[in-house]
Design a protein around this ligand. Structure first.
Ligand SMILES: Nc1ncnc2c1ncn2[C@@H]1O[C@H](COP(=O)(O)OP(=O)(O)O)[C@@H](O)[C@H]1O
Ligand SMILES: Cc1ncc(COP(=O)(O)O)c(C=O)c1O
Length: 286
């Protein structure tokens, strides 16, 4: 069994961070060791929330406790998402290095959660620059949405060529693979939403219909990063892992987004992760 150390936010109500990532990991047969960077009542997109960002010392203590149980050498990957603040970010990047020292085969998958096109930046000041200068070079897999890709690669993205130039620029800084979510470009149909995966062997694009989801979903990026990583760890190549992740996230929204209840979302998800009703074929773009 593969093991993922997932270091992300926790919310009591709703599905972002570890609440969006742990269930897909488990459903796909991965042992998810979950460390929560914050405990909030709900995600910050609501505008108001209660709860706390845990201190860097607290997270370091939890990681030390896990290390004392000999868990780090068993980890096949570290998955990080919402970091809370720069101090926490340092502990997370350090933890990824500790896991890789304990298990040289282990990989660090960094979901550089910091904002999106509709909302702009939604994390504390300083974190975007920390992620750009410290987390990106440490990552093996990087999963930005389009907004995050533009910031990390210092360029606007209007076309597929722009996106490929940006992923190449990021790969030159460390990550072996970049997965871009919610790619929206002027040279594609407006009723579609795309994801792009780029590694040394080539680049693949997958598109699904864009569903009218109001308000726009939160946590979809967290779920996609977990889905992609789970399939990648299980030995799927990047193109197959991309197709699996696209089919699963689409099934969840298509079945549940229109109907709306959270319970349905979870129930539908159980089947969608493992046996998505619809397949989407990726196209080679490099
Ligand atoms: N309106 C939508 N219709 C269909 N799929 C969507 C929609 N919004 C998100 N998705 C799927 O979820 C993936 C991740 O969403 P994204 O918005 O990029 O994540 P994040 O939460 O990190 O911003 C997208 O690449 C797409 O496959
Ligand atoms: C606490 C928390 N974690 C994670 C996220 C990331 O969600 P997404 O997957 O939509 O980027 C958010 C977004 O609002 C959040 O508030």
């Amino acid at each position: 069994m593969k093991t993922v150390l997932s270091i992300q936010s926790h919310v009591a109500y709703g599905y972002v961070g570890n609440r969006a990532a742990v269930f897909p990991l488990q459903r796909l047969g991965i042992d998810a060791v979950a460390v929560n960077t914050v405990q909030f009542s709900n995600h910050t997109g609501y505008g108001a929330w209660t709860g706390q960002v845990f201190t860097a010392e607290h997270i370091a203590e939890i990681v030390d406790g896990i290390a004392a149980r000999e868990v780090l050498p068993r980890c096949d990957a570290v998955l990080s998402g919402y970091m809370g603040d720069v101090g926490l970010g340092r502990v997370i990047v350090d933890t990824a290095a500790r896991v890789k020292a304990a298990n040289p085969q282990a990989i660090y998958c960094c979901d550089p959660v910091m904002g999106d096109v509709g909302r702009g930046f939604f994390v504390r000041p300083g974190l975007p620059d920390f992620i750009k200068t410290h987390a990106v070079p440490a990552a093996d897999l990087l999963t930005p949405n389009q907004f995050e890709l533009e910031f990390l690669a210092d360029r606007p993205i209007a076309t597929l060529d722009d996106a490929l130039a940006a992923t190449a620029a990021l790969r030159a800084r460390g990550p072996r693979l970049v997965l871009v979510t919610s790619l929206t470009r002027r040279d594609a149909a407006a009723d579609r939403i795309e994801m792009l995966v780029d590694d040394a062997d080539g680049a693949w694009l997958v598109e699904t219909p864009r569903l009218a989801l109001e308000p726009p979903p939160n946590g979809s990026g967290d779920a996609v990063a977990a889905l992609f990583l789970a399939h990648y760890l299980k030995g799927f190549d990047p193109r197959e892992a991309l197709e699996q992740a696209a089919a699963a996230i689409y099934a969840i929204f298509d079945v549940t987004g229109r109907m709306g209840t959270r319970e349905l979302q979870l129930i539908a998800a159980q089947d969608a992760f493992v046996n998505p009703p619809q397949r989407f074929t990726a196209t080679r773009v490099r």
